[in-house]
Design a protein around this ligand. Structure first.
Ligand code: SF4
Length: 360
């Protein structure tokens, strides 16, 4: 319990809140990049105890939320029309596609499975050589090493019936896209600690320098979040812009080099379409040519009609931090966790779900 309670210490939390209040002299907009941080902020009521000058903006850091609708439709098509065994993490299965979700397809008899690791999908493929097994690989840099290892393991086993539908997205190009948007009102960032535990921190230095914006790599517990906010506000009030690391107990500047090596063996950087945001150059991973037999996109060569988004859903504005979930007219009415109209209401890291569950 020590490692949980010490980052939820109320005395330390009060100290950080007092310090933030003491040094804040004007309004600042701070974006937390990761959906896990959004949940922490809302769940623990942190935004309610910050001075009114500090506004937290919820960034696009929920990979399920930014997975394009047509990719979800593609996964459903593979499960239903091509009869593959479609595997993914639980959140992804509930996200509505144009006509149904993967969970709906499962209820109608498609072989859709919730897994905790892509290596389980490799095992399923190995044990069932007559079946095509596709792992729907969604995530930021954090989940890419495990997906890379799954491809390497499938190559080692010489499997012909395993592939990955890749929807990996990368954080630094997303921050760059947010900062270069003329409507951007972000003054500083809480960087995503788990992503940096894999990739390190150095790729954020050019962004800090180019936009003169403070980035503080931050963890997920209440003490982490409050200390990260204090570090950003301290920089903003001093007029400085540096890359700092609040999450040093986990994040090293060089990251996890073994994980980076696995990523580099399997994936290459490519442009990626972010749901609600659009195409961002160099913001995703594709499977390298060398491993293309494990690329479900190439293997099944699916070209679906463009997907239809709900006309009520303003997820794009939520994901860019331009609006808060309760400013969506459908929030809590037509859209709720039982009947989500958009991904941010489905995913456990989605801002709309966080507000629905934890905000009054
Ligand atoms: S509340 Fe629902 S409809 Fe509104 S932005 Fe969020 S997911 Fe979309």
């Amino acid at each position: 319990m020590k490692y949980i309670t010490e980052y939820r210490d109320p005395i330390l939390a009060k100290h950080y809140v007092r310090e933030i209040r003491r040094i804040t002299t004007r309004s600042w907009n701070i974006m937390e990049v990761c959906g896990g941080q959004t949940h922490g902020l809302v769940k623990f009521g942190i935004m309610d105890i910050l001075p009114k000058e500090i506004s937290m903006i919820h960034g696009p850091g929920c990979p399920v939320c930014v997975t394009p609708l047509n990719l979800i439709d593609k996964a459903i098509y593979l499960a239903v029309d091509r009869s593959v065994t479609l595997c993914s993490f639980g959140d992804m299965l509930r996200v509505p596609g144009s006509d149904q979700s993967l969970l709906d397809a499962k209820a109608k008899g498609a072989d859709v499975r919730i897994l905790y690791s892509p290596l389980e999908a490799v095992q399923i493929a190995y044990a069932n050589p007559e079946k095509e097994v596709v792992f729907f690989a969604v995530g930021f840099e954090t989940t890419a090493p495990a997906n890379a290892l799954a491809v390497l393991q499938a190559a080692h086993l010489e499997l012909d019936n395993f592939s990955i539908l890749s929807s990996h997205v990368l954080v630094p190009p997303a921050i760059e896209a947010i900062m270069s948007d003329p409507d951007c009102k972000v003054d500083g960032f809480l960087g995503a600690g788990h992503v940096c535990s894999i990739m390190g921190t150095e790729e954020y230095l050019p962004i800090v320098a180019k936009y003169h914006v403070p980035i503080v790599v931050t963890g997920f517990e209440p003490i982490d979040l409050l200390q990260g906010i204090l570090m950003v506000v301290s920089q903003l009030e001093a007029g400085t812009a540096k890359l700092e690391n609040q999450y040093a107990r986990i994040v090293k500047s060089a990251g996890n080099q073994a994980a980076q090596k696995a990523i580099d063996q399997v994936f290459e950087v490519t442009a990626r379409n972010w749901r609600g945001i659009g195409n961002i150059p160099y913001s995703g991973y594709n499977i390298k040519q060398k491993h293309q037999k494990f690329d479900a996109d190439k293997k099944f060569n699916v070209d679906l009609v463009p997907a239809r988004e709900s006309e009520l859903c303003i997820a794009g504005q939520i994901l860019k931090g331009l609006k808060k979930p309760h400013e969506c007219p459908a929030f809590g009415k037509q859209c709720n966790p039982e009947n989500p109209l958009g991904a941010p209401m489905v995913s456990s890291e989605g801002a709309c779900a966080a507000y629905f569950h934890f905000s009054n």
